[in-house]
Design a protein around this ligand. Sequence first.
Ligand SMILES: Cc1cc2nc3c(=O)[nH]c(=O)nc-3n(C[C@H](O)[C@H](O)[C@H](O)COP(=O)(O)OP(=O)(O)OC[C@H]3O[C@@H](n4cnc5c(N)ncnc54)[C@H](O)[C@@H]3O)c2cc1C
Length: 445
Amino acid sequence: MTGMTRRWFLTATGAVVVAGATSACSTDAAGGSRTMPRVSSLPEPVASLRTSWSTDPFALGSYSYLAPSPLGVSVRKRLAAPVGRLHFAGEATSHEAPATQAGALLSGRRAATEIIKAARPGEHVIVVGSGFSGLGCARGLTDAGMRVTVLEGRDRIGGRTWTEHLDGIPAEMGASWIHGHKGNPLTTLLRETGGRSYPFDYDSVVGRDEEALAELEAHMAKAEDVEHPDTTPVSALLPRKMSPALRYAVNSVLVQEYGAEPGQLAVSAEEEGTAGQGGDFLLPDGYDRLLDHVRGRIPVRTGAVVTRIARTTGGVTLTLSGGESLRADRCVVTVPIGVLKARKITFEPALPARKREAIEALGAGLLDKLWLQFPSVFWDKNADVIEWFDPTDPGRWSMWVNGHRVFGKPVLLGFNAGRPAQDHAHLTDRQVVDSAMDALRRMHA
Ligand SMILES: Cc1cc2nc3c(=O)[nH]c(=O)nc-3n(C[C@H](O)[C@H](O)[C@H](O)COP(=O)(O)OP(=O)(O)OC[C@H]3O[C@@H](n4cnc5c(N)ncnc54)[C@H](O)[C@@H]3O)c2cc1C
């Protein structure tokens, strides 16, 4: 998530009140107007890294979102509820902070507490998945003296916590931010690891179309009068035919946040989670350090793809893709909502209807990233965020992070979410870079 806020406009409104700004202008914290620098020719990137989370078989999406359904926000608790000796964790099961690292970690710890209360001494637990939820759970169980096996389908640990490296800096391919650092369990981990934080300012921005955001805010204010927010899509608050500027604003505020288009998202999505306090941090030393800290010395078996989980008398039996069977007293499933929805794991007997309904009711959103390393900086060095309103395809490459400001390196991080991300998902790496370069050229023309 690019995380303007999970509460629509709470932070954005401060900047939205300015009328008359154009798509290339923005208002900085001091109230001055800034335009994107014009550049006659842009250098070619020397390196790039891109994600395609919707085609990644171990994710099948970026994070969960609340789709219109009669279950409403209670769907998270329904997904989290154990089925006998089968337990569930993962960001999608978190009602406190869905779709975040904090939610993932808290859900893993919640599942561990649940098991410690219910289990007899000496029980063996298999945890499926090694993201923050899986490792958070495994850590809680191990610390309580339980026998734990962690199975991970990929050849690396971390799942949607995935730190690559570019020009000597940590390039996060999954989560980047600690959203709302106050009271956030990730901030505690950051402190324990001695890692640095960069206080990110979403209102330190160039290129934001303030008028378009103000127009969107006026439409979204109607959410308060919606009688059935659980079953009403956000699109019901918006005009049927939206201007290009409004489509850009919708992408910038909603789609970049939830990974879902307004027709896919419930009005009550805004009520989910407890809004993070205290601003957002980027981690100049990488998210992987925090995950390693949680993992400690817990062994993880990688390349172990679980295809079947059977509940048997007094335990569970898991089958791996190679045919191997593993038995345990309990199992914790932490795979992403996209994997559950695609039924990549067969449950025997079938999961109860309540659980299946919860899996169907939640959506798997999409946010993809592109890291670009350049020989030198050609963009505005002084803003944290570079936004762009592409009049020909509003929402495409609408959000960029200025890596020079955060890391002191000539690096940009571009985002696509929702429909534009789907449009790019099946392109080659070269085609994605070309699409981004076309956007950057027009932004700076
Ligand atoms: C592009 C992007 C940006 C994000 N930005 C932020 C951000 O800035 N801040 C924030 O707080 N959150 C952000 N998030 C969300 C955050 O990354 C997730 O909420 C969190 O990492 C989820 O952790 P998890 O443990 O629930 O799932 P995962 O980390 O996905 O762990 C589940 C594990 O299960 C494994 N698995 C799947 N299927 C199988 C199988 N069949 N057998 C065995 N193993 C399997 C997977 O490989 C994976 O390792 C972002 C996510 C994405 C994709």
